[in-house]
Design a binder for this molecule. Sequence first.
Ligand code: ADP
Length: 410
Amino acid sequence: MTGTRVLVLNSGSSSVKYQLLDMSDSSRLAQGLVERIGEQTSRLKHTPLATGESRERSGPIHDHDAALKAVAEELAQDGLGLDSPELAAIGHRVVHGGKHFTEPTVIDDAVLAEIERLIPVAPLHNPANLTGIRTARALRPDLPQVAVFDTAFHTTMPESAARYAIDVKTADEHRIRRYGFHGTSHAYVSRATAALLGRAPEEVNVIVLHLGNGASASAVRGGKCVDTSMGLTPLEGLVMGTRSGDADPAVIFHLARVGGMSIDEIDTLLNKKSGLIGLCGDNDMREIRRRVDEGDEQAKLAFDIYIHRLKKYIGAYYAVLGRVDAVVFTAGVGENAAPVRAAAVADLETLGLAVDDELNAVRGDEPRLISPAGARVKVAVVPTDEELEIATQTYALVESNGYAAPPQGN
Ligand code: ADP
């Protein structure tokens, strides 16, 4: 293998996000997004980082194959073509890797079949991820392609955290257990937090709060995940932009029996019309804070419910870990919303937790501490970088294998 570039692909059902990185210095060469694939109004936005000047295409892009070809053309225009010998591998974000994919994995036909077998537990995500992989393999069959699973970091959870207390036989038959998601981010951020503290990941216990539109918390002991808030699907846990997070499962029976709703309607309600948007009509924390500052009661209640749940998880994971070295905020809300960070740890001084208001108000792209000097438990903001983590894991794998692509049967 001679090249050092890695293309990272995150394929959704109607979108593809991508970044091209050079792993000789972890720099970003280009990034972009194709949206509304399959519609008349598809759009591709491409940014070569050398100039920072974005280019856009609009008009129908019929499928993922056409989307990836359009991306390849844009990259070629910048002298970064996918046919370049500089390209070492393609790294794919795959949402659900089940119990067995504990590591990034070079994709062969057997791996594809296993990702397909997991579709019943990830009906929204894995089919789109598979389409992206198949398209990329067709485009560069000679190139190693690596799957980096959102669930992998959480496979170290003990059975006591990973199992639901439901009939074991039924659970096993349907592969019902807590898998957790956002694992790439939790892995990256927990490691970066250890670096910020100047310590090895094996030495520190960290509570990671990934607060984006989707949100999840994890308890990381010595670099290994021991609990996380998302479960069989990303619906469990924290209050999110549009997802309810934790709710009594009997809410579902009640809505079906008494509310006359179908299972699909309840699924949509809890995943797309609940959380912050269901509580106050907005899911953007900037807008919610603006409304709270204007005295809007509904926005205030939504904010309070969001914080109450967050605090409960901080307390729970404190107890799970026993000793906590740092609580770290990341993703869109965690990195930007100082009021969320302040409220989440308010009145927790007896646990050694506090934020310094001045440090908390500082904005920036670098990992930083926001707890008062000398605090027993550090509070930190660490911007996540899932693409860099996927590229790093992909490159490490193909480099260590001196790697050639496996034969393809489809
Ligand atoms: P995802 O990857 O889950 O789509 P992100 O991590 O990009 O989400 O986070 C998006 C969310 O971050 C937005 O919905 C918004 O609530 C929040 N956000 C972004 N910027 C700010 C900001 N400056 N202040 C407060 N919240 C912000």
